[in-house]
Design a protein around this ligand. Structure first.
Ligand SMILES: Cc1cc2nc3c(=O)[nH]c(=O)nc-3n(C[C@H](O)[C@H](O)[C@H](O)COP(=O)(O)OP(=O)(O)OC[C@H]3O[C@@H](n4cnc5c(N)ncnc54)[C@H](O)[C@@H]3O)c2cc1C
Ligand code: SF4
Ligand code: SF4
Length: 464
């Protein structure tokens, strides 16, 4: 039995590729599923009794969960603190890169790139593993091995697109040189890597520092394709995407999403608070695994980077980062750099900046687990328990978003090669009244005004 028989079958695979990268029989290879997601496929060459892929999968059950691992990693760090949602933390910071060009090209304040670059400059590691545009129509973004600061800064920005690490992991396991690496990844990938480090000495020897991004959710490949089509490009010509283009006219949270074709021609920029926000909020194309993820802050990472989604910082379109440092090395590297504007910030402010995601991953999750139990479905053990009351209270949202998630993935392949998204939206007519009903009830209490205006446009029938 391998991950394909359990995790992929039950639709909990996030497509990280760690299983395929470490498989001793070279039995698993990552490829696109018909839902627009990366999943491992099996050649059925598993060795008898081998369960390595299941042992490292972040969506399988394990005898040591994230809480056990973080204890071993960070509990003994002098002066370490602990918070239920953020895990261990030594210090939290708010800041940005003082080089304005680098700051503007980054996703938030540019501190993730600055940190990774300083690891190379200070000879802490030989190489960085990060994600960047590759300009391949079949995989717009991918994990890359980077050797210098210029390469690191060229990967700045956020890839809201599936990426998998199998090829890079296989390379570093097989290579003869004794190179060391730092990696930046999403919390689920960090969990898989920590589990792999426990099992595979070669990975433990090579991966020295792990950084994480705070993560709310990941949409599949189809979401990017829809944005490209909305912007006037065809899906087949899409080869690059800038998900976080900053605009002096907008706040930091209303960045632009810009699709580009092979020749560098740009589509019409899509402001995040309009269609992209609508897609994210209602979970169009959302990867199912993300609804069963309980790690907001990449608790298993040495350091975590995120957006300063706080009113006092969001006004500045140039972007501001928040950081959680969990080791003395990451703390001292950040504090000694003269390329950043950095101040300490309380953990409460960090939590406040991500309160919506904490609710989804730690509270709403309890309701989703209850729904699984109602349907007699298997789910991986989480750090929260199922809760009937939370399910009942949020039933409408859970059912609505589950329906949208599945229908969008089912319908998009029919329409992706069309010249516009009109036919796709028409097929959502039935769900229109459900969304409207839900909107009327909740009156979009917590959302900003722009999406309301956009939604009104949508409901007036412009897109449906
Ligand atoms: C799918 C996703 C969801 C996110 N959700 C949230 C959220 O809910 N709240 C929040 O505050 N922040 C979230 N972030 C993080 C945020 O978008 C920024 O990446 C973060 O603030 C760091 O910004 P920066 O300017 O310091 O980084 P930059 O200097 O721009 O560097 C970003 C680094 O992240 C790496 N990277 C980009 N995309 C990926 C990826 N998919 N997988 C692995 N590495 C990647 C790049 O290679 C680069 O090294 C999310 C990021 C992603 C990719
Ligand atoms: S290890 Fe990653 S790619 Fe493999 S099955 Fe688990 S989630 Fe999917
Ligand atoms: S929400 Fe969780 S499972 Fe989904 S991409 Fe982010 S860290 Fe991974």
């Amino acid at each position: 039995m391998n991950v394909v028989d359990v995790i992929v079958k039950e639709d909990y695979c996030i497509g990280c590729g760690v299983c395929a990268g470490i498989c001793p029989s070279n039995n698993l290879h990552m490829d696109w599923s018909n839902k627009g997601e990366l999943i491992p496929n099996s050649n059925d060459k598993c060795k008898v009794k081998c369960s390595l892929c299941l042992d490292i999968c972040p969506f399988n059950n394990h005898t040591t969960n994230q809480d056990d691992i973080v204890k071993l990693l960070f509990e003994k760090v002098p002066k370490i603190n602990y918070n239920e949602y953020a895990g261990y933390y030594l210090n939290c910071y708010v800041g940005f890169h003082v080089d304005e060009e680098k700051r503007i090209k980054s996703a938030s304040g540019g501190l993730a790139s600055l940190f990774l670059s300083s690891l190379l400059e200070e000879n802490v590691v030989d190489k960085i593993i990060a994600v960047g545009n590759v300009g391949d129509i079949n995989r717009i973004f991918d994990f890359k091995i980077l050797s210098n600061s210029d390469e690191v800064y060229s990967c700045a920005g956020s890839a809201y697109y599936p990426v998998e690490i199998s090829r890079v992991l296989t390379k570093i396991i097989k290579e003869k040189e004794e190179l060391t690496y730092a990696i930046i990844a999403l919390p689920c990938v960090v969990y898989a890597l920590r589990l792999a480090i426990e099992k595979i000495p070669k990975i433990k020897k090579k991966i020295k520092i792990i950084g994480s991004l705070t993560c709310g959710q990941l949409q599949n490949r189809y979401c990017t394709e829809l944005l490209a089509l909305e912007s006037g490009l065809t899906v087949n010509s899409l080869s690059k995407m800038d998900f976080r283009r900053k605009s002096v006219k907008n706040s930091a949270s209303n960045f632009l999403q810009v699709a580009m074709d092979k020749d560098g021609t740009e589509g019409i920029p899509q402001p995040y608070q309009e269609l992209p926000f609508f897609l994210w909020h209602y979970q169009f194309f959302k990867q199912n695994a993300c609804n069963y993820c309980d790690d907001v802050f990449g608790e298993l990472a040495d350091v975590t980077f995120m957006d300063a989604w706080l009113p006092e910082y969001v006004k500045d379109y140039k972007g501001t980062s928040l950081i959680i440092a969990r080791t003395l090395l990451t703390k001292s590297l950040l504090e000694s750099s003269d390329e950043l504007d950095l101040n300490e910030i309380k953990i409460e402010k960090v939590l406040e900046s991500q309160q919506g995601i904490i609710k989804k991953k730690r509270i709403l999750l309890k309701g989703r687990l209850y729904k699984k139990e109602l349907n007699n479905s298997w789910y991986p053990k989480k750090r929260v328990n199922s809760d009937k009351n939370i399910y009942n209270k949020n039933k409408e949202f859970i059912e609505l978003t589950d329906e949208i998630k599945e229908l969008s993935k089912y319908l998009w392949p029919k329409y992706r090669l069309c010249s516009s998204t009109n036919e796709f939206w028409k097929d959502f007519n039935e769900l229109k009244s459900k969304i409207k009903r839900y909107e009327n009830k909740t009156r979009l209490k917590n959302l900003s005004k722009l999406p309301v205006i956009y939604l009104k446009k949508v409901f007036r029938g412009l897109r449906w």
